[in-house]
Design a protein around this ligand. Structure first.
Ligand code: FE2
Length: 427
C-alpha cells in the first residue's frame, strides 16, 4: 500500500531549500527528504517553486465578470463605479450572481488562488448578493475558502435600510463586518459608522474589514477612528483597513502620528494596487497622485500589509485575471519595492501575510497543515513575480484541482539550429 496519497517531489520552497511533500487525506503528512516513498500519485516538481496557495484578502464577487452591464464606467472614477453598480444590482438576480461568482472561482483555482475574502453588498432589501454568495460559499467549500464581509456599499447611514440589512446579512451567516465611512454624508457620520460597525463586530465576536479613506482627500481621517475604535473595543489583531488611499496624500507630520496608532491597534492594511492606480488621481491634472497607501512606511512600523485584488471585470475595473501575482507585480511597481528583500516580501503579501489577515487555520507548508499548494513554473518567488508563470499543478485540501502542461516554446529560426527551446526562466 502506498505511503502517501500524493507525493510532490523535489520542489523548491519559497524560503529556499528543496523538499518532498507527502499528502495523506487532506493533510500534509510529511515534508522533507522522503527518498523512495511510494504514493498513489507522484508529481515531479523538480526545479519548480512549490508555494502555499495564493490568498486574496479583498474582492467583490457579487460584481465580478459583469463588465459592460448595463454600461461601462465612462469617467473611470470610484463614484461612477458605485452609481453603475447601483444600476446593475437593481436589474440582476441571484442566479446570475451565482453563475458569475462560480465562474470567477473556477478561474481563481486555476491560478492557485484558494482563499478569497469577498465583500458583499448589503444595501439591497432583497439581499440578492448575500443570498448568492452564501450559496457560492457552500458550493466551493470543498476546494476554496470563501470569507464574506457584510459591506453597506451605499453607506451604513447614507442608505436608509443599510443598517438593518447589514445586521440581517450577519444573522444569515456573513462572516466579517465591513463599512465605507468615506462614502457617508459627512465626516461625522463616517466616524459614527466606524464606531457602530466596530461595536457590532465586538458584540458578535467577528472580524472587521472596512473600506476606509478610499479617496484622494488628504483630510479624510477614518483610519484614525478605525484604529481608535479597535483599541477601545479590544479588537487588536482582528481589524483590517482596506485601500487607505488618502494616506498617500496626507501631510507627512500627521502620518508620523497615525502610523504608530495603527501599529498599536494591530490594524492590518489591504492596499489594492491594480484598482487604485486606475481609480485614484482622476481629479488631478499633473502631477497625478498614484493614490497607493504608504506600504513600506507601514511595514517599517510593523503593520501587516497584504495586497488585495478588489475587482475583475466589473463597474470599477475592466481587466483582471484572478492572478495574485499580477496584483503583487503592480503593487511592487507602484510602491517601488524593488530591492531583493522587498520583492521577496511582495510574494509573502499574496500568500502568508494575507492568510494571517484572513485568520486562516492550518495554512502553510508544514506537517499537519491543510494539503493545499501550488506548483509554479518558476524557480523562486522573485522569478514568479517576474514571469507570473503557469500554475503547473494546484492541490486543494488533498485533491489535485488544476493541472497545466509545461509550456516550452520551440522556435525554428533561419540561420539557427532547429528546435531552439525557449523558456523565460533563468535556469
Ligand atoms: Fe473594494
Amino acid at each position: 500500500m502506498a505511503e502517501f496519497d500524493i507525493l510532490v517531489r523535489g520542489g523548491t520552497l519559497p524560503e529556499g531549500g528543496v523538499a518532498d511533500i507527502g499528502i495523506t487525506g487532506d493533510r500534509i503528512a510529511a515534508i522533507g527528504a522522503l527518498g523512495a516513498a511510494s504514493a498513489g500519485r507522484v508529481i515531479d516538481a523538480t526545479g519548480d517553486l512549490v508555494s502555499p496557495p495564493f490568498v486574496d484578502p479583498h474582492f467583490h464577487l457579487d460584481a465580478t465578470l459583469s463588465y459592460g452591464t448595463p454600461r461601462i464606467n465612462a469617467s473611470g472614477t470610484l463614484l461612477e463605479g458605485i452609481a453603475l453598480w447601483g444600476e446593475l444590482k437593481a436589474e440582476t438576480n441571484v442566479k446570475a450572481m451565482v453563475e458569475r461568482a462560480l465562474a470567477y472561482c473556477d478561474w481563481a483555482v486555476s491560478m492557485g488562488l484558494l482563499a478569497i475574502r469577498s465583500h458583499v453588498d448589503t444595501c439591497d432589501d432583497e439581499l440578492k448578493g448575500v443570498q448568492a454568495l452564501l450559496e457560492v460559499r457552500e458550493k466551493v467549500k470543498p476546494y476554496l475558502d470563501l470569507q464574506l464581509v457584510a459591506f453597506p456599499q451605499d453607506g451604513f447611514y447614507r442608505d436608509p435600510t443599510a443598517a438593518a440589512n447589514t445586521i440581517r446579512a450577519l444573522d444569515m451567516g456573513v462572516d466579517v463586518v465591513g463599512g465605507i465611512p468615506h462614502f457617508e454624508r459627512t465626516m461625522e457620520e463616517g466616524r459614527a459608522s466606524v464606531r457602530a460597525l466596530c461595536e457590532i463586530a465586538a458584540e458578535r465576536g467577528l472580524l472587521v474589514d472596512m473600506h476606509c479613506d478610499e479617496t484622494d482627500d488628504p483630510l479624510s481621517r477614518h483610519v484614525e477612528t478605525l484604529a481608535y475604535e479597535t483599541q477601545r473595543l479590544g479588537l487588536q489583531g482582528r481589524v483590517a483597513g482596506s485601500h487607505l488611499t488618502s494616506m498617500h496624500s496626507m501631510d507627512n507630520y500627521y502620518v508620523s502620528k497615525l502610523l504608530p496608532l495603527m501599529a498599536e491597534a494591530e490594524l492590518a492594511a489591504i492596499p489594492n494596487p491594480l484598482i487604485n492606480i486606475m481609480l485614484q488621481g482622476r481629479h488631478d491634472s499633473y502631477p497625478k497622485r498614484r493614490g497607493l497607501t504608504r506600504v513600506k512606511e507601514m511595514q517599517a512600523q510593523g503593520i501587516r500589509v497584504g495586497w488585495g485584488q478588489d475587482c475583475v471585470r466589473d463597474p470599477w475595473y475592466p481587466l483582471g485575471t484572478a492572478d495574485m501575482l499580477d496584483v503583487a507585480f503592480m503593487g511592487l511597481h507602484v510602491a517601488q519595492m524593488s530591492s531583493p528583500q522587498e520583492m521577496r516580501r511582495c510574494f509573502d503579501m499574496v500568500t502568508t501575510e494575507n492568510a494571517a489577515i484572513l485568520h486562516l487555520a492550518d495554512y502553510g507548508l508544514h506537517e499537519g497543515a491543510m494539503a493545499s499548494l501550488v506548483v509554479l513554473d518558476a524557480g523562486d518567488p522573485v522569478e514568479a513575480l517576474r514571469l507570473r508563470p503557469d500554475r503547473l499543478c494546484v492541490i486543494s485540501k488533498g485533491k489535485v484541482v488544476s493541472e497545466k502542461a509545461r509550456n516550452d516554446a520551440r522556435l525554428s529560426l533561419p540561420g539557427r539550429p532547429d528546435d531552439v527551446r525557449r523558456r523565460h526562466r533563468a535556469e
